[in-house]
Design a protein around this ligand. Structure first.
Ligand SMILES: Nc1nc2c(c(=O)[nH]1)N[C@H]1C(S)=C(S)[C@@H](COP(=O)(O)O)O[C@H]1N2
Ligand SMILES: [Mo]
Length: 262
């Protein structure tokens, strides 16, 4: 049976917004051709994407287009360190968030909070590991921003935790280093440029919608950038390294743009 789409995807005259659908299809095919997507995006996913208003779909489309059009170097040059990504009212927050990983939700291996530690490595003065309790005690800030997955779907999420720049300063990280890289409790790993790490909206998130992040979404600690695609936000972080060595990332090593940000 076909699920009834939400009324908002219908135009006043009663039909689905075919033009938006077509536009997205062309974009997704373009990104696909460039080998940036794993597998095809279904029409269902596109319908979901067009389920919101036109300004919304335009915003998602422009982000994906911008990222797919330029190589890492150009994206890095275009990056505006203090330009804030759009934020949204609490009423728009999707609960629960939408899950994604390179495997199914049934296969996640929850992290044990009691034994979990955040390891620090590389160009950091104080590399003492952090417990979850110690991280929870740090000052928190909250951002309600859009999560955009390169697969062509998005949602508004509400994440809070310690600002990454403030955390890096606290542990005496070398902020002139090129990269901040992350290891995760699954096989996932990733790295971001220092400018994006220091962006005001980049946090180490411990909460979603003011509650501790639940297992599927990265408990106890995940990265949340407002300026990068979903896959640049590692969940279940176990180690952070500040380094001048390029460490790539799980999807980056499989052909996705490494910068993937705006
Ligand atoms: N450790 C880990 N982090 C990960 C992934 C993963 O497979 N493992 N998938 C990434 C991708 S592709 C996306 S879109 C987001 C999904 O985050 P969410 O489940 O909180 O929406 O997590 C990212 N971080
Ligand atoms: Mo993603």
């Amino acid at each position: 049976m076909i699920k009834t789409p939400s009324p908002s995807i219908f135009r006043p005259e009663g039909g689905i917004d075919q033009s938006a659908l077509k536009e997205h299809k062309a974009l997704v095919e373009d990104i696909n051709r460039r080998g940036l997507l794993r597998g095809a995006v279904s029409l269902g996913a596109l319908t979901m994407l067009t389920g919101c208003n036109v300004t919304h779909t335009d915003a998602v489309q422009s982000v994906l287009k911008r990222i797919s059009q330029f190589n890492d170097k150009v994206q890095e040059l275009m990056f505006r360190p203090n330009h804030l990504a759009p934020t949204f009212p609490e009423s728009m927050v999707v609960k629960p968030p939408r899950f994604n990983a390179y495997y199914d939700i049934e296969d996640i291996a929850p992290v044990d909070a009691a034994s979990w530690k955040l390891e620090l490595a590389g160009k950091i003065e104080n590399r003492k590991p952090w417990t979850a309790q110690e991280i929870y005690a740090l000052p928190e800030e909250e951002w309600i921003v859009r999560h955009i997955c390169v697969e062509g779907w998005d949602y508004i999420g509400q994440w809070s935790g310690v600002n990454l720049k403030q955390f890096l300063q606290r542990v005496g990280a070398d902020l002139t280093a090129k990269y901040v890289s992350f290891k995760c409790a699954d096989d996932y790993y990733g790295s971001i440029d220092m400018a994006s790490a220091l962006h005001p909206q980049t946090i180490l998130a411990t909460k979603y919608a003011r509650e501790p992040i639940t297992d599927p979404f990265g408990f106890p600690l995940r990265l949340r950038t407002a300026t990068k695609l979903g896959f640049k936000n590692p969940k279940w972080i176990t180690a952070i390294e500040v380094t001048n060595e390029y460490r790539g990332g799980y999807w980056e090593d499989r052909g996705f743009n490494w910068f993937s940000g705006i």
